[in-house]
Design a protein around this ligand. Structure first.
Ligand code: S3P
Length: 179
């Protein structure tokens, strides 16, 4: 495969970042269908590789193990693939190497949501998100704001507030065509 730096913008992987529960997987899958591209959910790939769920991995192996697996998987993906739609875990951009590889080799889309809207989804997402366990709502808000600063490193911001996943996916496809 030729040096990935030479890959034209339109063939680069499209990477979705954003806070837990914003809809990266659902929206990513829809965008992939609309563009007839392969979809990769990084957390699901890690779960398959290690044959355990993310909460099990946090519990049995620890967060550091998960972060290493996450970094290895994403950096390799950025450097060796193209034309994929990729959904990242919400904490992936904490790692400088992941952030750098994605921004250099891929088109990074930040799926944004307001705190008020996100808060309403909490009940349905908390169980499978170990990072949220044992945090008060104020601590979750602090994390939400901290992460938002981290997501500031992106190519395009996509607003998801008051939109169905399908509408967001259409917005993304339009933005990619215009871009
Ligand atoms: C995490 C987000 C999760 C998953 C893991 C850690 C985080 O992914 O990678 O539980 O630190 O924000 P989603 O953003 O898909 O929920």
């Amino acid at each position: 495969m030729k040096n990935i730096k030479e890959i034209p913008v339109r063939q680069r992987n499209i990477v979705l970042i954003g806070f837990m529960g914003v809809g990266k997987t659902t929206i990513g899958q829809l965008v992939a269908n609309k563009l007839s591209r392969d979809f990769i959910d990084v957390d699901q790939e890690i779960e398959k590789k290690y044959n355990m769920t993310i909460p099990e991995m946090f519990q049995q192996k620890g967060e550091a193990f998960f972060r290493q697996a996450e970094k290895d998987y994403i950096v390799h993906l950025c450097e060796h693939t193209q034309s994929k739609i990729v959904s990242l875990g919400g904490g992936a951009f904490k790692q400088e190497e992941i952030k750098r590889a994605c921004l250099q080799h891929c088109t990074v889309l930040f799926l944004d949501i307001s705190w008020e809207n996100w808060k309403q989804r909490l009940d349905e997402l908390i169980e499978n998100r170990p990072v949220l366990h044992n945090r008060t709502i104020d601590e979750m808000k602090d994390l939400f704001e901290e992460r938002r600063e981290m997501y500031a490193f992106h190519h395009t911001r996509v607003d998801t507030d008051h939109l169905e996943a399908e509408e967001v996916a259409d917005d993304i496809v339009d933005a990619l065509k215009l871009g």
